[in-house]
Design a protein around this ligand. Structure first.
Ligand SMILES: [Zn+2]
Ligand SMILES: [Zn+2]
Ligand SMILES: [Zn+2]
Length: 367
């Protein structure tokens, strides 16, 4: 049976009595949504991942350049990512892909308003892996040159990196692995791994398959590549890695030591209800959802034909599992009232790595 809750629509002039009624009903709804053990439900889901192990940089820290081109000198066109915990600057010319490589639906030729460096992007791609150490800092994997007949020629990138004795010892623990990752620099889905077409990797002379899809098939918007665990191919001291590919786009590759997070640890990254949305904000959002709080935005619309709902139903079953929601989760930017079961969501995304709202299907990346 599907459980629904009916909310009266508050009047456009917001009578206090109506407000009180809504408050009461929303409170009751949350009470009902709490799990049987009495744990407070997380009413919103804003998943924060890795990259926060280091303390915040002080504002007077000197400019630190870490660019996948390998040059650590600043030039006159630098960009810094939006995350205040990362103080790294990069050369615009290296990390912002030129016009002709921009996705067709990109409207602005300006710098992105929301820029993340490669390490930030990887740390947000999969909260089940947390970066412990970057054994090979991100390097550019440039486009394959176009031959006279229009085909691309195979391009080859070789790098070496050190694995210390301490690294090796750390890797005895099954929770740790060495992971080689790759991202497409101007990916429309920024927080995912993405390997070039026809990727072929050799690690210390051994062929390693890094991509599960067909080598000539592009990764779609809903697809996710994965990092490749390398522990079994590596030795203490110097290791060599080579990637050949046949792709006209610019990628970025890195190698990190990463530690596995358990389902419970990932669940604990989600802010608890008391640290989440304030009650007044939640109420305002619910009012907007049911159409009672938009009077100030209606100046340009035809208010005569405004549709006002008499009731709004909220499904208490999870859209993914069809079971009763135990802990209701929701992405902070979502405009809808529907929720999903938080634990089921995290469990499913452990494999799919999509981190996409199951209700509005938006890719709501962590910002
Ligand atoms: Zn650079
Ligand atoms: Zn960064
Ligand atoms: Zn949504």
């Amino acid at each position: 049976m599907i459980s629904t809750v009916f909310l009266p629509v508050p009047g456009t002039n917001g009578l206090p009595k109506e407000q009180e009624k809504v408050v009461k009903i929303v409170e009751d709804t949350f009470m009902k949504m709490q799990d049987p053990t009495g744990t407070v439900a997380a009413s919103r889901s804003h998943i924060v991942s890795g990259h926060s192990a280091k303390p915040k940089n002080k504002p007077d820290d000197p400019v630190k350049v870490r660019c996948p081109c390998g040059n650590s000198n600043p030039n006159n066109s630098m960009i810094k990512r939006v995350d205040p915990q990362c103080n790294v600057w990069q050369h615009v010319g290296c990390v912002i892909v030129p016009e002709n490589e921009k996705p067709v639906d990109s409207i602005s030729p300006d710098l992105p308003s929301c820029f993340y460096c490669e390490i930030c992007r990887i740390s947000r791609a999969d909260p089940f892996w947390v970066t412990v150490n970057n054994v090979l800092l991100p390097v550019l994997v440039g486009p394959s040159p176009i031959a006279a007949d229009g085909s691309y020629t195979v391009q080859y990138t070789a790098k070496s990196f050190q694995l210390s004795r301490a690294n090796r010892e750390m890797l005895q623990d099954a929770e740790y692995n060495v992971q080689v990752w790759c991202i497409l620099l101007n990916d429309k889905v920024p927080f995912r791994m993405h390997w070039p077409l026809n990727s072929d990797m050799q690690v210390n002379g051994i062929h390693v398959r890094v991509v599960n899809r067909q080598p000539t098939q592009k990764l779609g918007a809903n697809g996710r590549d994965d990092g490749k665990p390398l522990k079994d191919y590596l030795r203490e001291g110097l290791n060599k890695i080579a990637l050949s590919r046949n792709d006209s786009r610019t990628f970025c590759l890195g190698i990190r030591i990463a530690k596995r997070r358990s389902l419970e640890q990932v669940l604990n990254l989600v802010p608890k209800e008391q640290d989440g949305e304030k009650f007044d904000d939640a109420l305002a959002r619910v009012r907007r959802c049911v159409g009672g709080g938009t009077e100030t935005n209606n100046a340009g619309s035809d208010s005569d034909i405004e549709v006002v709902a008499d009731s709004v139903s909220v499904n208490l079953r999870c859209p993914m599992t069809a079971l009763r929601i135990q802990i209701a989760g929701r992405f902070k930017p979502c405009a809808h009232m529907g929720c999903f079961d938080l634990e089921a969501f995290i469990q499913i995304n452990q494999r799919s790595r999509k981190w996409q709202c199951p209700i509005c299907l938006k890719n709501l990346w962590r910002t």
